[in-house]
Design a protein around this ligand. Structure first.
Ligand SMILES: [Zn+2]
Length: 489
């Protein structure tokens, strides 16, 4: 609090609420019609909701690269502006699937519709010995390898916490022929995963079933070796290699000392594709989520590229694939960074920048952020708001709650001071076909994007790098990561 008050005072004294001349020239290219042009193309029906992977996503990526090219920015990927990420799409055939358990005439037969199967190899078993392993909580000891190796294992491990998943994976690594367990079954379309490492050991096949009769069958079995026998036929999953792409450009810094430090401006260019059910065209256009964030990155890229005098630090403009699948693009970047993370001083991620009709009420002339008071970035945003006529504010609940819900999280986990800037949190057409470009408030967007430009300009020209606010206990793990990143520097 003391820090905030003193900086506010400094700003009032030094700037008198005025923009500097370079800041004024920075803001000139940021215009409502240009922003509308970007959003209306990216969120058009022709992009088919920009699912990861899809043809629409590829076209959107090409559009973003073409804009970076137009601004004369330097490519920063491994193939021009593209950072190629090798992924595989895993499809699990089920047409010959069969799993039957038999305990002295008492039989349970798996129904494919209530099963989720993960099997890298084909498996055929007839009358295999069954071992029952119970892990009532995450501290329960793992079974001895001799007990489960080569056996069919019925695993009783309730709960879906990360710790329980890790225990389950540990059992799969002990060499059973198959593991069958009760659990939640969601739609079993193709899954995306990073390419398998050559020669890495493959996990045992896993059968998860939501059938309540399975639990009844299992209850009567003794712990450890059981009289039950398992017969199974599982097909091997089919891996299809695909290339996903982050799109990255840079504007090199002008200061010989600070040019080797980086500010990341990011947004995700994917969305959730076309719904399988529902009214109308079922295309989830993703105009506010997150074509508006991409348009923000593009508008800031153009503004900084047009400056006669480049900022002191290097600014990186980046759009991610796969946010909606679970932060895939940003996680990929954090584990394959183009610029050293230890030299990456800040990440401003942008989401939901266009809609002002937040479910909780109108948000005209306002800007907010997740992790608003986790780093000193929130203070810079507040100061920039003062000179551009926009009120920066912290949402009592959402600013903390949404920190883990976007790509800022991937960089924060690596220790980089990061936040996601937004105008609205949740809005009426969120993740629905109604999230269309005509519903965004472009005049307001122009105004808040100017606030963002001033924010970035001040960070880029300040010798002092942004920092985590260590007095906030919620950032302990990020401070730890930051220290690990800078150990030895
Ligand atoms: Zn989003």
């Amino acid at each position: 609090m003391r820090y905030l008050l003193s900086t506010l005072l400094t700003v009032v004294l030094l700037s008198g609420g005025e923009l500097s001349a370079p800041e004024k020239s920075l803001l000139t290219p940021i215009a409502a019609d240009t922003i509308k042009g970007h959003v209306s193309f990216l969120a058009s029906d022709a992009m088919e909701g920009r699912d990861t992977p899809s043809r629409g996503l590829e076209i959107a990526g090409e559009y973003i690269a073409s804009q970076f090219r137009r601004f004369g920015l330097e490519p920063a990927g491994d193939e021009g502006y593209f950072q190629n990420a090798p992924y595989i799409q895993v499809t699990q055939p089920m047409d010959q699937f069969q799993v039957t358990l038999d305990a002295g005439g008492k039989v349970w037969k798996a129904v494919p519709a209530s099963v989720m199967l993960t099997s890298a190899t084909a498996v055929s078993l007839a009358g295999a010995d069954v071992v029952k392993v119970s892990l009532p909580d995450e501290n329960a000891p793992l079974p001895a390898r001799e007990l489960v190796e080569g056996k069919a294992v019925i695993l009783v491990a309730p709960g879906r916490t990360r710790a329980m998943m890790t225990r389950r994976d540990a059992v799969l690594a002990l060499g059973p022929s198959v593991v069958v367990m009760a659990g939640f079954v969601f739609s079993s379309g193709p899954r995306l995963m990073e390419s398998r490492v050559e020669g890495a050991p493959r996990r045992a096949p896993l059968v998860v079933t939501s059938d309540p009769d399975f639990a009844k069958f299992v209850t009567d079995l003794p712990e450890g070796a059981t009289p039950a026998k398992l017969t199974a036929k599982l097909q091997a999953a089919v891996d299809q290699p695909i290339k996903l792409k982050n799109v990255i450009a840079k504007l090199p810094g002008s200061d010989p000392k600070l040019a080797d430090s980086y500010i990341l401006l990011t947004a995700h260019y994917d969305h959730v594709g076309v719904s399988s059910r529902g009214e109308g065209d079922r295309i989830n256009n993703g105009a506010n989520d997150d074509a508006s964030g991409v348009a923000t990155v593009l508008s800031l890229a153009e503004a900084f590229a047009r400056l006669p005098q480049r900022p002191k630090r290097t600014i990186v403009f980046m759009t991610y694939f796969g946010e909606e699948k679970g932060l895939f693009g940003s996680r990929y970047y954090a584990s394959h960074p183009v610029f050293p993370l230890a030299k990456t001083i800040a990440n401003l991620n942008f989401e939901h920048m266009g809609r002002t009709d937040d479910n909780e009420g109108p948000r005209v002339g306002k800007i907010t952020a997740s992790g608003f008071d986790y780093t000193t970035l929130g203070d810079v945003l507040t100061e920039a708001g003062l000179v551009t006529g926009v009120e920066a504010w912290k949402h009592e609940k959402n600013s903390d709650l949404f920190f883990a819900r976007s790509d800022n999280q991937a960089l924060a986990d690596a220790g980089v001071p990061a936040l996601t800037v937004a105008v609205a949190w949740i809005f009426p057409d969120y993740h629905r076909p109604g999230d269309e470009w005509a519903k965004l408030d472009y005049a307001n967007m122009e105004k808040v994007l100017r606030t963002c430009a001033v924010t970035v300009s001040r960070i880029a020209n300040d010798e002092k790098a942004p920092a985590w606010v260590e007095s906030n206990p919620k950032v302990d793990k990020y401070v730890k990561a930051w220290k690990a990143l800078h150990a030895g520097h």
